[in-house]
Each structure stands twice: as structure tokens, then as C-alpha cells.
Design a protein around this ligand. Sequence first.
Ligand code: SAM
Length: 283
Amino acid sequence: MLDSEWFTEQLPGAESAFSLKIKAKLHAEQSEFQHLEIYETEGFGNLMVIDGCTMVSTRDNFFYHEMMSHTPLFTHPDPKRVWIIGGGDCGTLREVLKHPGVEKAVQIDIDERVTRLAEIYFPELCESNNDPRAELKFIDGIKWVKDAVPNSVDIIIVDSTDPVGPAEGLFSAAFYRDCFKALSPNGFVVQQSESALLHLKLIGEMRDAMSNAGLSHLQTFFFPQCIYPSGWWSGTIASKVALAGFREQDCANKAFDTEFYNVDMHKAALAQPEFFKKAMAKK
Ligand code: SAM
């Protein structure tokens, strides 16, 4: 919704809304899959909105992109092959490629227009798109994983829109079963899992579906994300085998720069709030 100077996303069921003051509407189009908008805001740089939902802002995207990439990559003992399902703004790809051990990172977004707009309005997120280890595919991630050769990937990062429209199937048990087959023996999925305050039921159902597909070792982690509903977001790692902490020493010695992620933030993100523990225990 746009009220002259403000972009507002109303949050269904929460009787609340999030607004950003805007300077200009830079772009709007209906792609084959979704409605895409770009705004220039007063305080958050550029903003991408998909189907009325905030996706990426210049100012605060680093929380999400760093946590959705470095948390799983330092959890895996030796990640070499990474897929990003969704992630068309390319920010997660950029962070993944900061890891020198990664040999191949494939970003599979259903909507090429998201990436073409990111190249124009978020060029800093696209700065690693020409890395020789990067490959950009524009097809349905559900089909990509279904057709995959078994044991062909170490980490699948699901950086998708909310579970409606084209992303709905990315939260299904059938998708997680296909992920299980595509993953290497100690591989795992990490998926953006919405807000624990607003979407607790969905997180529970998602964790159940992951578990039932054999990805039964689960870790939900939490991080701030100002422009998303409630300002507090989560990711969930679902692994074939038990997770033995994270590579703390490698993380402490990382040779690349981050704005949020570090050893302490990794540990802090794994702390489980009481209401979350109770809700997951009841299931
Ligand atoms: N960080 C964001 C969030 O949590 O709201 C997600 C941003 S990213 C731009 C989401 C991407 O998922 C979009 O570009 C959309 O095209 C893509 N997407 C949705 N469904 C998909 C599917 N089935 N296969 C591949 N990409 C998909």
C-alpha cells in the first residue's frame, strides 16, 4: 500500500504495519510470476517489494544475507557445492562466494526479472555474479531439486519469498524429500523460516515436514531484520546427520569482512527463546 509519501506493509493477523518513508517510486512491473516494485526511501536506501511484501533494502539486507549464508557455511565441515533456491537479489550468493572453499554456487530463482532489477538498483549485491564459481539459473527451484543427481550438493539455501504463490512448494514435505536425495551424506538444507513471533505454527509445520523427510537434525536460529514483519526473523537448518557445533576457529579467522556475523553472533543466534522451546516441545 502506498500513502503518498509512505510505503506500508500491513501484517495480516498482527494488527500492525511497517512503513518506510519514500522519496520516489523507481520501478513497478508485473513479471510472469509476481508484482515487483522498487522504491527509493528516505532512510533505508533502495527497497525491493514483491507482491506487496518487503524483500530487500540497501540499509539492512546484511543481517539476512550474512546470517543465511555464513551460519550454515561455518556449520558444515567442508562445504564445496552450494545451491541457493530463490535469492534472486544475489546478496546471499555474494556472501556464499566469500568462502574460499566453495567450488560452485548455483543460484536458482524462478524469476529472472528480480535479478535484472537487482543489477540496476542493488549493484553492490550483484558484485560477485561474474565469479567463475557462480552460476545463475532462472527456473523453478522445486523442479531443479526434483531433477537433481543424488549426492550432488552440500548445502541447499532456501532464500525464498513467503510460502504463498511460487514459493509455496518450497515449504512442502515433497520438496524436502527431493532435497534429501540431492544432498551429500553430511549435507543439509537451510531455509528462511519467517518470524517466530508471527509464524510459529508455520515454523512447527516446516520443521515436522523436514524431519519426516529424513532431515531430522534441526537448528532454528534467530536474527534481526528490521524491514520484515516483527523485525525479528529466523532460519532453520535441517540436516541428515547430527550437527557438531560450528567451525568456530575458522569463523574467528575468516579472511573476509562482515557487518553482523561473527563467532559471538553465531552463538547468540542459536539461543532458543522459552516460548519457542515450549511450542516446539508440544508438537
Ligand atoms: N530475503 C527474502 C525474504 O525472506 O523475504 C527473500 C528474497 S528473494 C528476492 C526471494 C526470491 O524467491 C524471489 O526472487 C522469487 O522469485 C524466488 N522464488 C519464489 N518461489 C521460487 C521457486 N519456486 N523457485 C525459485 N525461486 C523462487
